[in-house]
Design a protein around this ligand. Structure first.
Ligand code: FEO
Length: 390
């Protein structure tokens, strides 16, 4: 596949991983793409490698794209093994090639693969350039998007930004994602990069000074139209702003009573005209779908049981994920259930008290086993308070 006349896609699609987890924790029902690109010029540069399970396929893709020519550079933008695993294989095959990477990347290369190519390397930092002939590459440091060594690369000839993990998504490139780009890109962003909003903002500021016509990420499709949409969406996500007005309710339920309260709250909110209401079971559905929904909406309701004097474990894990990712700038309310001493709301609130710019809903719902007239009245009061925001 050609990205431009001179840039050829040499990445691979991974469907084996659908039976496993990406990076040990993310479900990927549509597989995963590990992207790599080859820039053909007087000097040829290959942009990143791919996951270790695809060494042969990737080397074959590179060989075919080379058409008998010899590569001059392997640019390593990111050292996470889904992209760096075949550096050694490439350097062994192309003995005259040099690795181009950041200082930190070379340290990691030594640690991961026992070799940092002291005699065959070019260390690059912010604003450094590398001429391939017609194409001039400019390197942009992007620390913590999503590891400290990350660089992005701008080709000013074809106006292409090689964006490393940024703008990537879950899902292989040889299957159509029925939900389009945003859903799996959002789950990817908040799952993997979400903690580093400030660093993403810093890179977006640098990108704003570039004329970008095409974005080539390391996962997911090449983005070549309506780029302002992707840039603005990333700006919203990385600034922790609200993407969609509405309420997301995350719950756990042992016997179905808390679930019933959630369903009733959702119905009451909808009846009162809430712009959007979504809910999910943290134990039975992919938790990272819930994380992206928590960041997507302006209001989050947490509903869980009191459990061993604490809260149900899936809820504790969920809140921990949110805190780790700097959850802020939202309205949060609580529904608790406890048959003899309900304390879940207090525990959840104490976990979130250090989070910034949180408006807690004053009216909580306390269920002491099952719903009754009193708890239904609490649900109604909570919904009224939430609706004041719309
Ligand atoms: Fe796709 Fe951070 O590795």
């Amino acid at each position: 596949m050609r990205v431009t006349d001179d840039i050829i896609y040499v990445g691979v699609n991974d469907h084996e991983i659908e039976a496993d987890l990406f990076e040990g924790q993310y479900e990927v029902p549509l597989g995963m793409a590990y992207n790599s690109y080859l820039i053909k010029d007087e000097k040829i540069a290959v942009m990143d490698s791919v996951d270790g399970d695809f060494e042969e396929e990737w080397l074959e893709n590179v060989k075919n794209a080379l058409g008998g020519a010899t590569p001059e550079y392997l640019v390593v933008q990111h050292m996470e093994p889904d992209h760096s695993a075949n550096i050694t294989a490439f350097m062994n095959k192309y003995k005259d090639a040099k690795v181009v990477a950041s200082t930190n990347a070379f340290k990691m290369m030594k640690n991961f693969y026992g070799e940092d190519y002291e005699d065959r390397r070019i260390v690059v930092g912010e604003g450094d350039t590398l001429s391939l002939g017609k194409h001039e590459l400019t390197f942009i440091t992007a620390p913590m998007v999503h590891w400290p060594e990350v660089i992005m690369t701008y080709d000013k000839t074809d106006k292409v930004l090689f964006s490393a993990d940024a703008f990537g998504k879950f899902g292989a490139n040889d299957v159509e994602d029925p939900e389009g780009w945003a859903c799996e890109a959002r789950r990817y962003y908040f799952g993997i990069v979400g903690k580093y909003g400030v660093q993403v903002q810093n890179v977006l500021k640098k990108a704003a000074n570039l004329d970008i016509q095409i974005i080539c990420p390391l996962h997911g499709p090449v983005l070549d139209d309506n780029l302002s949409y992707y840039l603005e969406t990333y700006d919203t996500w990385s600034s922790y702003n609200v993407e969609t007005k509405g309420v997301f309710i995350a719950y756990t339920s042992v016997y179905g009573n808390t679930k019933q309260a959630v369903e009733e709250l959702a119905k009451v909110l909808e009846d009162k005209g809430c712009p959007r209401v979504e809910y999910a079971d943290l134990a039975r559905e992919d938790m990272f779908e819930s994380i992206e929904d928590a960041f997507r909406h302006d209001t989050l309701i947490l509903a869980t049981t009191t459990y061993n004097g604490d809260i149900f474990p899936f809820m504790r894990t969920f809140i921990t994920h949110l805190i780790e990712r700097g959850y802020k700038n939202r309205t949060i309310g609580f529904v608790e259930n406890g048959s003899w001493a309900p304390t879940a709301a207090r525990v959840m609130k104490s976990m979130l008290e250090e989070s910034k710019d949180i408006n807690f809903v004053e009216n909580k719902v306390t269920i002491t086993s099952a719903l009754n007239d009193e708890t239904r009245a609490q649900i109604d009061k909570m919904a009224d308070e939430i609706m004041k925001n719309y």
